[in-house]
Design a protein around this ligand. Structure first.
Ligand SMILES: Cc1cc2nc3c(=O)[nH]c(=O)nc-3n(C[C@H](O)[C@H](O)[C@H](O)COP(=O)(O)OP(=O)(O)OC[C@H]3O[C@@H](n4cnc5c(N)ncnc54)[C@H](O)[C@@H]3O)c2cc1C
Length: 396
């Protein structure tokens, strides 16, 4: 068999670098092409679920993340009128995971940790300032064209180049789904809400028919996320008055928390029509995006990268037929549609339910679930994405 070319990975985000680490562990050489001049330091995803940590531990990355993050042992549903509706303890998952908690840790820490682990490994190469403009499947290999016209050959290409993926567009793969009319505003403050909200968990979702929101503690700040109605102009959301009005929803009579970061973003529910087209593979945000309620987008992307790496390695080594890559598509696309999309849409609809009966039923269901250890265990298997990983493994 002629010598195989490296696998080219577009994007050095968390998903691209996890895919790189898994492939290098399987002795598959990779070339990562990153458009930016360095690893992104953006404040974006910050939630890592239990099975994601179990997986990252196999790469030697989990301990450093835990040391750099906040271990959140509990999650709450709350309302402004009732206080705590339901309080869940991830500790009940200790029978199925080595990490029975949610880790709150900014995603840029994961990319830095992985880069540190990979940098000197044989078979790993990363080029910054290398923006992919197009890709072509030539049957026996792939050709990647950079923005400056340079051409690069690879055996396969993994599009881990984010929601606006050039790889996906270049391959003509549709990104099916919809965009929510409202945008989401994230306000981060060093103010410690636990000082004024009794018994506040580090991860707290507020159900509210007028305006839901959530509070998440990450190292150094609390992040509060609010929906912004379609009729409000982007610029209007960037003012201190607008922030104060949103902050005023959290605790009556207080609205003057200092703002460290402010991010407004559009939220979509979209899944690529396929995650595999010949030698072109998609993973992470390039393959699927969803609203952040439940912290499933980034985690799902990391799960893609592990699944894909484990399928692509034997194919690359000539030990398995290329059809094995279709299993990646069936498993990961399957659970993305069945589990992640469905769950994140339901999470949003439950928190925002305007119908008093629907809002009451949601609160009653959550209270009952949290109070019953067997129901709480079953519920947290879904919340922490253990179920979606198990379901993926069952798909043949
Ligand atoms: C404000 C915000 C908050 C979020 N909060 C959460 C959360 O709480 N929980 C959660 O699970 N998820 C969250 N997400 C989603 C999460 O950030 C993404 O799911 C995650 O970043 C996906 O990782 P990725 O590696 O697939 O893509 P990205 O992180 O987008 O990485 C893509 C990489 O590819 C590079 N790139 C792009 N185009 C090219 C090109 N043409 N050539 C070469 N390189 C290219 C980019 O520079 C980047 O480094 C949030 C997203 C946003 C925007």
């Amino acid at each position: 068999m002629p010598k195989q070319k490296p696998v080219v990975i577009a994007g050095a985000g968390p998903v691209g670098l996890v895919a790189a680490a898994v492939l290098v562990d399987h002795n598959v050489p990779v070339l990562v092409l990153e458009a930016g001049p360095e690893l992104s330091g953006e404040m974006r995803g910050s939630t890592f679920h239990a099975p994601t940590l179990d997986l990252l531990d196999t790469l030697g990355a989990a301990k450093a993340m835990i040391a750099d993050g906040i271990v959140a042992p509990r999650m709450q549903y709350r309302s402004r009128d009732q206080g705590i509706i339901a309080d869940f303890d991830f500790g009940v998952l200790a029978d199925v995971t080595r990490h029975p908690f949610r880790l709150q840790c900014e995603q840029f820490k994961l990319t830095r940790i992985l880069h540190g682990l990979l940098r000197d490994r044989p078979g790993f190469a990363l080029r910054f300032g290398a923006r992919v403009a197009a890709c072509a499947d030539r049957g026996d290999d792939v050709e990647i064209t950079l923005e400056d016209g340079e051409r690069i050959e690879g055996s396969y290409v993994i599009g881990a180049d984010g929601a606006r993926s050039v790889i996906r567009k270049s391959a003509g793969i549709e990104f099916e789904g919809f965009t929510w009319p409202e945008r989401f505003l994230v306000l981060s403050t060093p103010f410690d809400f636990a000082e004024i909200i009794p018994d506040l968990a580090d991860v707290s979702y507020y159900a509210d028919p007028e305006e839901w929101f959530f509070l998440l503690r990450v190292p150094g700040v609390w992040r509060a996320m609010f929906p912004v109605p379609a009729e409000v102009a982007d610029e209007a959301t960037m003012t201190d008055d607008y922030a104060r009005a949103r902050y005023g929803r959290i605790v009556a009579g207080r609205d003057d928390y200092p703002i460290r970061h402010r991010t407004l973003y559009r939220v979509h529910q979209r899944v690529a029509r396929t995650f595999r087209q010949g030698r072109i593979l998609l993973a992470g945000d390039a393959a699927h995006i969803n609203n952040p309620l439940g912290g499933m987008g980034l985690n799902g992307g990391v799960h893609d990268a592990f699944n894909l790496g484990a399928r692509l390695a034997p194919v690359w080594h000539g030990e398995a037929p290329a059809d094995l890559l279709d299993l990646y598509d069936r498993q990961r696309r399957g659970v993305t549609v069945e589990h992640v999309q469905r769950q994140t849409i339901a999470n949003k609809q439950n928190l925002e339910a305007k119908d008093p009966e629907a809002q009451r039923a949601f609160r009653a269901r959550m209270a009952e679930t949290a109070a019953d250890p067997a129901k709480a265990h079953a519920y947290l298997l879904g919340v922490s994405m253990i179920n979606s990983l198990r379901r993926a493994a069952e798909i043949t």
